[in-house]
Design a protein around this ligand. Structure first.
Ligand code: ADP
Ligand code: MG
Length: 246
């Protein structure tokens, strides 16, 4: 069992990130694309939220803005009470990402020459807040939680897609970030493995208190979500929440 019940200091329900009237316009002018159109969205601590919409509806753009990988062209992004929209250098954005955000991508994006263990450890080295012993304990704990202990010395090309995505989940979660963003994390996985991966993320949400926002266009996976935000053409068209499951 994990030694720590929570991901980072803070209370359940507190606002992790907020988008206020946020728009992202590409190619301003005649061929402009409103990838994100006047979005208001509040993500609270402990949420397990699915962003759902067809390809091109703005899911990636929204996730990138939530995670400080991109910024809206108008409106505001507020992360942990700090307005990160304007006036920040690339280095300051990088610092916010490093401190507060974990990313999971559809193509796993593991470092090919590093083992499963080393991929997770590397994230902690970059984060830079733990000593060697703490890092080792944390990596082993993550591998155990993810059911990867026996695969820890394998490189990504010696792992299945589902195992690679587990490593990527471990890498994102190891530093216990305030927010985990997963952009179509199951798009390269078969149906059964996709279900397993979403169920694993949900378990991490419950066991570690990790706050997740993930995107998908797979209707099957939405059953796992506690909150569903539907996007069309850069706008939120509906939202639903479900009570905690029993
Ligand atoms: P999704 O992730 O839901 O597929 P995206 O956020 O990737 O949607 O894209 C939303 C819209 O923005 C689409 O119309 C897409 O073509 C457009 N778009 C995304 N990135 C760019 C870009 N770098 N330049 C121009 N248009 C873009
Ligand atoms: Mg996308």
């Amino acid at each position: 069992m994990p030694s720590e019940p929570t991901v980072a200091p803070g209370e359940a329900g507190e606002v992790v990130v907020r988008l206020e009237n946020a728009s992202r316009v590409y190619n301003p002018g005649e061929n402009e694309v409103r990838a994100m159109d006047a979005i208001d969205l509040v993500i609270r601590r402990g949420e397990f939220t699915a962003l759902v919409g067809p390809s091109g509806s703005g899911k990636s753009t929204l996730l990138h803005c939530l995670g400080c990988l991109d910024a809206p062209t108008s409106g505001r992004v507020v992360i942990a009470g700090q307005d990160v929209t304007a006036g920040l250098t690339a280095a300051q954005r990088g610092e916010i990402r490093n401190k507060s955000i974990g990313f999971i991508f559809q193509s796993f994006n593991l470092i090919p020459v590093l083992t499963a263990y080393e991929n997770i450890e590397f994230a902690l080295q970059i984060n830079g807040t733990m000593n060697a012993k703490q890092m080792r304990e944390r990596v082993l704990e993550m591998l155990d939680l993810l059911g990867l202990t026996t695969q820890k010395d394998r490189r990504p090309n010696q792992l299945s897609g589902g195992q690679q995505q587990r490593v990527a989940i471990g890498r994102a979660l190891a530093k216990r970030p305030a927010l985990i963003l997963a952009d179509e994390p199951t798009a390269n996985l078969d149906r059964k493995t996709s279900e397993d991966i979403i169920a694993l993320m949900r378990r991490m949400n419950e066991q570690l208190g990790a706050t997740f926002v993930f995107s998908t266009h797979d209707e099957h996976l939405m059953g796992h979500a506690r909150r569903i935000v539907r996007l069309t053409d850069g706008r939120i068209v509906s939202e639903e929440s479900r009570p905690a499951h029993g």
